[in-house]
Design a binder for this molecule. Structure first.
Ligand SMILES: Cc1cc2nc3c(=O)[nH]c(=O)nc-3n(C[C@H](O)[C@H](O)[C@H](O)COP(=O)(O)OP(=O)(O)OC[C@H]3O[C@@H](n4cnc5c(N)ncnc54)[C@H](O)[C@@H]3O)c2cc1C
Length: 452
């Protein structure tokens, strides 16, 4: 055991709390630094660790859903966040929802009570000597953001999320769409959804009357340079979209031999091509409204959204450019990143990221070579997004089955396909846990479940 040495974890949110727990329970002394309640963020209201800033839901609990699978994987690795959530669960159908005060209190208590965790309540204004895990989240304080910018370079740190929705390829009706690039440059890079004038008018009218999401005080004054919400653009004039992101020039629909009135282009979001983003569709519409309005696009009637468009403050680094496979910074390998700041999105995803970073850091300390979660797992899918996403427009991502390699065995329905993916993931994770034996030499079992 290396109980004498110390890792600094900055930020005791979902990711930092999980990372600190994973390190401490495997025998590493942790200095956990949290600025609240002395200094707070625009969204947090307590001084507790792992505060849920908005909804009290940790999403689906069924492994046939990607969010449920991620929880099952984390439980196998002894996650504190999932154990605390189970202990504070409130009835919520198929979802895992919690009494937020009890949940955060359980996480805080557990960490404060751990003999290897020392807590310092102060803002970190610079990056201390390593090893250090930076888990300061989407609302990272200004001083820390400046320190990170210095490490990563200005162009690799983003301050807000202005993302278009991402849908699955298999949910697109490809009989209504065609693969092509504008003017034939670049081959079959885009899946194009053509619209005639009537379809365009209907879509435009729906956009104009759709409801936008609630605006938090700290977002109201943001300037959306170069990424105007599609609904705002629609409000500028009847044909503005048709001359903007929906312009049809250079695209001929092979079924009619003509240029359509307007075209919505879908671009590959991952190497496997299983996920597509709606090009130019940054939006502030409510989630339900995004489904209602964007499903008016021909071919997208049954679109499955794996990520909704969002516009809100979000500090995150360009993971694939900045990070090594073990979530350490290329510029300073003793500095690791975890949580939403790496480009995952969501409470559970952030905690999962904290868990992965802690295990990667441990693997490094134990002299293990490259440490990577199996690609078939939800954890591995998230890790690949953060460290190796090929997207030119890198954006935070919720967990979803599109991040996993497809399972080409024939399956009847959607549910059966997802269950098969989940079974494959858990089997791969079990092998991985046996293989990597992270607690080598520890008296503690490798992955005892965390019980509260
Ligand atoms: C307004 C808002 C609403 C959201 N709603 C949801 C939702 O409903 N559901 C969902 O799944 N996800 C939601 N998210 C997204 C996201 O999953 C959560 O923000 C999640 O808490 C991220 O986890 P994290 O650990 O990366 O960051 P956080 O949980 O925010 O933790 C970061 C911690 O670092 C501390 N910190 C920051 N800077 C410093 C510093 N310099 N020194 C010391 N400490 C510092 C902060 O006080 C905080 O405790 C929301 C995000 C925002 C901004």
């Amino acid at each position: 055991m290396d109980g004498e040495t110390e890792v600094t974890v900055i930020g005791a949110g979902l990711a930092g709390a999980e990372a600190a727990w994973q390190l401490a329970r495997r025998g590493v002394r942790v200095a956990l630094r949290e600025m609240r309640p002395l200094r707070t963020t625009p969204a947090h209201v307590t001084g507790d660790f792992a505060e849920l800033v908005c909804s009290n839901s940790l999403h689906a609990d069924d492994p046939a859903n990607a969010a449920g699978l991620l929880k099952a994987e984390m439980e196998r690795l002894g996650s504190l966040i999932i154990a605390a959530a189970r202990a504070a669960a409130v009835p919520a159908g198929g979802a895992l929802a919690v009494d937020r005060a009890r949940f955060s209190a359980a996480v805080t208590e557990r960490l404060l009570g751990h003999p290897l965790v020392s807590v310092c309540r102060a803002e970190a204004v610079s990056i201390p000597p390593g090893p250090v895990v930076i888990a300061t989240g989407p609302l990272t304080s200004e001083a820390m953001a400046a320190a990170i910018r210095e490490l990563t370079g200005r162009e690799a740190l983003y301050f807000f999320d202005a993302a278009a929705p991402i849908i699955t390829l298999e949910s697109v009706d490809q009989s209504r769409a065609f693969w092509a690039s504008r003017y034939g440059r670049g081959g079959r890079d885009y899946l194009n959804c053509p619209m005639d004038e009537e379809e365009y008018q209907r879509f435009h009218a729906a956009l104009l009357t759709a409801q936008t999401a609630e605006v938090h005080g700290f977002e109201r004054h943001m300037v959306f340079e170069g990424c105007m919400p599609v609904e705002v653009m629609a409000g500028r004039g009847q044909r503005t979209l048709a001359f903007g992101p929906l312009k049809p020039v250079g695209l001929i629909d092979p079924r009619t031999g003509r240029q359509p009135f307007a075209v919505v282009q879908l671009r590959k979001e991952n190497l496997a091509g299983t996920l597509l983003n709606l090009v130019g569709f940054q939006t502030h519409l409510r989630r339900g409204e995004q489904e209602r309005v964007f499903r008016l696009i021909p071919g997208l009637e049954k679109a499955e959204f794996v990520r909704y468009g969002v516009m809100h403050r979000n500090t995150f680094i360009r993971g694939p450019a900045v990070l090594n496979l073990d979530f350490s910074a290329k510029a300073r390998p003793d500095v690791f990143f975890a949580g939403q700041i790496t480009g995952v999105e969501g409470y559970v995803e952030s905690a999962a990221s904290g868990l992965m970073t802690a295990l990667a850091l441990l693997a490094r300390r134990r002299g293990r070579p490259v440490f990577a979660f199996p690609a078939e797992t939800a954890l591995g899918g998230l890790a690949a997004h953060v460290t190796a996403s090929p997207s030119a427009d890198y954006q935070p991502m919720n967990v979803n089955f599109g991040l996993l390699p497809p399972d080409n065995r024939k399956k009847r329905g959607k549910k059966e396909k997802k269950l098969a993916l989940a079974t494959r993931s858990l089997a791969a994770l079990d092998d991985f846990i046996l293989d990597c034996a992270l607690n080598e030499g520890d008296p503690e079992q490798p992955c005892l479940p965390t019980q509260l």
